[in-house]
Design a protein around this ligand. Structure first.
Ligand code: SAM
Length: 280
């Protein structure tokens, strides 16, 4: 059957390179090239952008990104078995695909790319959350990336976009929404992947803000929200006791009723609280 790029269908690639999925590497592959091209389009206009893709596997999403016109794609893949399959893609798109074999948690490859940079990845869920937190917490803001388009377990995607007073609201929502605009752009059932995982998935597209939405010191904001959500059902006057001093006066000073709970407090108020803590 003809494919978008004249390369063999992914099932053939997987057979030819004997890429039996490894559970410990979170290998649930997307084999439908129409679907991977659709995910690539969710990242926005790729022409004139460099793309970082972590965990390309046999290269379904990579092929989508290149077919959708990415200027250059840099892939980082931990599994050396995938490299020959990726080299075949590189040969079809001369000078546009660079392959790095290694662990994305150990390597810093951003300096090899030119702005504007979009990150697009379908990663194992634990690695994805860890990288998202790192990409949202660089020493200097704005970060190297313009947008992140990432596949997550549906429940994690809901935590990223959650609003106050909802079950999924917590630190991940606050950290993300402080510095970026996140949106769930696609839902995928388990059968979209081979092998099928147990859970549903969703693609989240995040656009960076040029400056954090409200002023606050990142470390103080992180400490205050950690303390508040550690005991999310407790009133803030008791969950924040560890801050020391007169916690009730501190809360009232920024317009928070001390009997409120963490899940009722929005980002703006948490930032105000972080500023008041930093000023003490
Ligand atoms: N992007 C491909 C797709 O959509 O079909 C593969 C997705 S699969 C869910 C995740 C990929 O990430 C696998 O190829 C796996 O080997 C790779 N991977 C897992 N941990 C990694 C890490 N720490 N660094 C880089 N790649 C990793």
């Amino acid at each position: 059957m003809a494919t978008i790029d004249g390369l063999p269908p992914l099932r053939e690639v997987i057979r030819a390179h004997d890429l039996v999925a490894k559970k410990q590497l979170g290998q649930n592959f997307l084999l439908d090239l129409n679907l991977t091209a659709k995910i690539a389009r969710m990242a926005g206009d790729l022409a004139g952008c460099d793309v970082l893709e972590v965990g390309p596997g046999p290269g379904g999403l990579t092929r989508g990104l290149l077919a959708e016109g990415a200027r250059r794609v840099l892939v980082v893949e931990k599994d050396p078995r995938c490299v020959p399959a990726l080299e075949e893609i590189a040969a079809t798109y001369p000078g546009r695909l660079e392959i790095v074999q290694g662990d994305a948690l150990e390597l810093d490859v951003a300096s090899r790319l030119n702005a504007p940079i979009r990150v697009v990845s379908n990663l194992p869920y634990n690695v994805g959350t860890e990288l998202l937190i790192r990409w949202l917490s660089p020493a200097v803001w704005p970060p190297f990336w313009t947008s992140l388009t990432l596949m997550f377990q549906k429940e994690v995607a809901e935590r990223i976009v959650a609003r106050p007073r909802s079950d999924h609201y917590g630190r991940l929502a606050l950290l993300t929404q402080w510095r970026a605009e996140p949106k769930i752009v696609m839902h995928l059932p388990p059968e979209a992947f081979t092998p099928a995982p147990k859970v549903h998935s969703a693609v989240v597209h995040l656009t960076r803000l040029e400056a954090p939405r409200f002023p606050a010191d990142a470390a103080v904001l992180s400490r205050v929200t950690a303390m508040a959500f550690n005991q999310r059902r407790k009133m803030l006057r008791s969950s924040l006791k560890g801050l020391g001093g007169d916690v009730e006066a501190l809360l009232e000073g920024v317009g928070i009723v001390p009997t409120q709970r963490a899940e009722e407090i929005g980002l703006e108020q948490f930032c105000a609280l972080a500023r008041a803590v930093a000023a003490r």
